[in-house]
Ligand binder design. Sequence first.
Ligand SMILES: NC(=O)c1ccc[n+]([C@@H]2O[C@H](COP(=O)([O-])OP(=O)(O)OC[C@H]3O[C@@H](n4cnc5c(N)ncnc54)[C@H](O)[C@@H]3O)[C@@H](O)[C@H]2O)c1
Ligand SMILES: [Zn+2]
Length: 362
Amino acid sequence: MREICLKTPSMTGKIYVGEDAVKTRLPVLTAGQKNFVLTDGNVYRLYPSFFRAYFADAEIFVLEAGEENKNFQSLHAILERMAAAGLHRTSRLFAVGGGVIGDIGGLAAALYMRGISCVQIPTTLLAQVDSSVGGKTAVDLGGVKNIVGAFYQPCEVLVDPTFLKTLPAREIKCGVGEIVKYAALNGKIFDALENNLDKFHDLDFLTDLITACIEHKARVVEADEKETGERKCLNVGHTTGHAIELAHGLSHGESVLYGMWLETKIAIEAGVCEREYGEQLLAIVENALKLQPLSTPDFSNIGRDAERAKSDKKNVGDGNIQTSVAKRKNEWTILSLPFEVYREQLINAAKEMKREGLVCFQ
Ligand SMILES: NC(=O)c1ccc[n+]([C@@H]2O[C@H](COP(=O)([O-])OP(=O)(O)OC[C@H]3O[C@@H](n4cnc5c(N)ncnc54)[C@H](O)[C@@H]3O)[C@@H](O)[C@H]2O)c1
Ligand SMILES: [Zn+2]
């Protein structure tokens, strides 16, 4: 079991990664106070013996699975159940599931009695490499993702890669999207991915990769918990990725992969990203896009999709579109482009993507 420390002004948290993380830490963490568990219907059905073994005496709230349930109504129902169960300040919330459960569970823990202890037990690849670490919690509102939330650090994150054995291939691909994001920022992860994209079924390989991503994120969050500077690096691929996610209904991870490809291409052409390195990065993204399930979205309206990047939270109100892009190995920067330039470059990059057979124009 690996142990990673994450120290912020509000909390010193621990992240444990390994097949023994849950069985070593959960008996300790569940002892001595009232416990509340938030999970989703799929995870609850897949892991009955896990809930029986560790949470026999806990109050368990099973939320219906899906992003559409990451909303205020669910948050309200969860908080009501916490109150009805008589939770108090010393009680602890365990969020067992993917990023949806982690985000809404973390927010419920932050709000209840102005904050109770929270433990994240991520069960998807995306949640293990990314969302369970760093303390961003949120729900969606009025069709806008993560618009209401709080920074609230979990006291511990228990990452057990064996949960991934039941994860469908499309969810693995979703997590790979975030892993490739770390490859763009971290030379070690870049090297690990370059020749090994066929190894995602190998739990030892995945465990090393998950650990490396978490270590990277922990250092970034320590430097800039509230995303005023350094933490913006974690948005590589995300400005365009979010626009694609909204316009095409693709998964978050897959959209980030398309966003990474397009933004990297734009950065190469703008002379911001070193060409040789950028092309290696593009090859990693392409290989990830070719993982199952394959899709070939229609990017003929990418210029119109670009409009959605205007409402991105990262823009600073000067009319420019801000993208976080890799410059060279282990280096990134912000590329800020006037909207019309961004749109034009995006259309050009999408045409290149079509030539590579990764998207179509219908
Ligand atoms: N807080 C952050 O920093 C952060 C970062 C990235 C993404 N997010 C958020 O994370 C969410 C996406 O997370 P996600 O991709 O984990 O989605 P998710 O929570 O919806 O999980 C995806 C699917 O996998 C199922 N599942 C979970 N664990 C499983 C397992 N072990 N075996 C089989 N099925 C399992 C779930 O029931 C669900 O159907 C989004 O809401 C996004 O906004 C947050
Ligand atoms: Zn993401």
